[in-house]
Write a protein that binds this ligand. Structure first.
Ligand code: 5GP
Ligand code: ZN
Length: 132
């Protein structure tokens, strides 16, 4: 897609520090890493988000993560865990689907977002989610 940064990266028009590449995807280092070894898995074909990504791509991404990438991160960077995230619409800067692989370390400062001020009680939310 024209004017899509990740399409340009997929075509090799913008260089990246690529860890793995095949016909389906490129896995490269995030330019602004949250932890050491923060990677992005990006499909070659332009798709935008969770609503249009091919299911087969998700299966592929899971397979390659557990067979190749997580073992690599453990072996080379000695990470203690792996957080996998993916943003859609709000919170998504690049509108070309990508999965974040964020290696975790026992001493890292990565924090889950806390939203205490905005939280309603769980019963209220459960009711909203389940009432017909
Ligand atoms: P999002 O907010 O869309 O989930 O994440 C986009 C990610 O792409 C961010 O973590 C950002 O650092 C990364 N990013 C943005 N532009 C570039 C770039 O030109 N090269 C690389 N390697 N990563 C990028
Ligand atoms: Zn694109």
């Amino acid at each position: 897609m024209e004017d899509c940064l990740f399409c340009k990266i997929m075509k090799g028009e913008i260089p990246t520090k690529t860890i793995y590449e095949d016909d389906i995807a490129k896995i490269f280092m995030d330019i602004n890493p949250i932890t050491n070894g923060h990677l992005l898995i990006v499909p070659k074909k332009h798709q935008e988000n969770v609503l249009d990504i091919e299911e087969d791509f998700i299966v592929y991404a899971l397979k390659i993560t557990r067979e190749k990438i997580f073992p690599l991160l453990k072996e080379k960077l000695n990470c203690d865990g792996l957080t996998i995230t993916e943003n859609n619409f709000y919170g998504q800067d690049i509108k070309h689907f990508h999965i974040h692989l964020i290696p975790r370390y026992k001493n890292d400062e990565y924090k889950e977002i806390s939203n205490e001020d905005l939280l309603e009680d769980t019963d209220t939310i459960y009711k909203k989610l389940t009432e017909k």
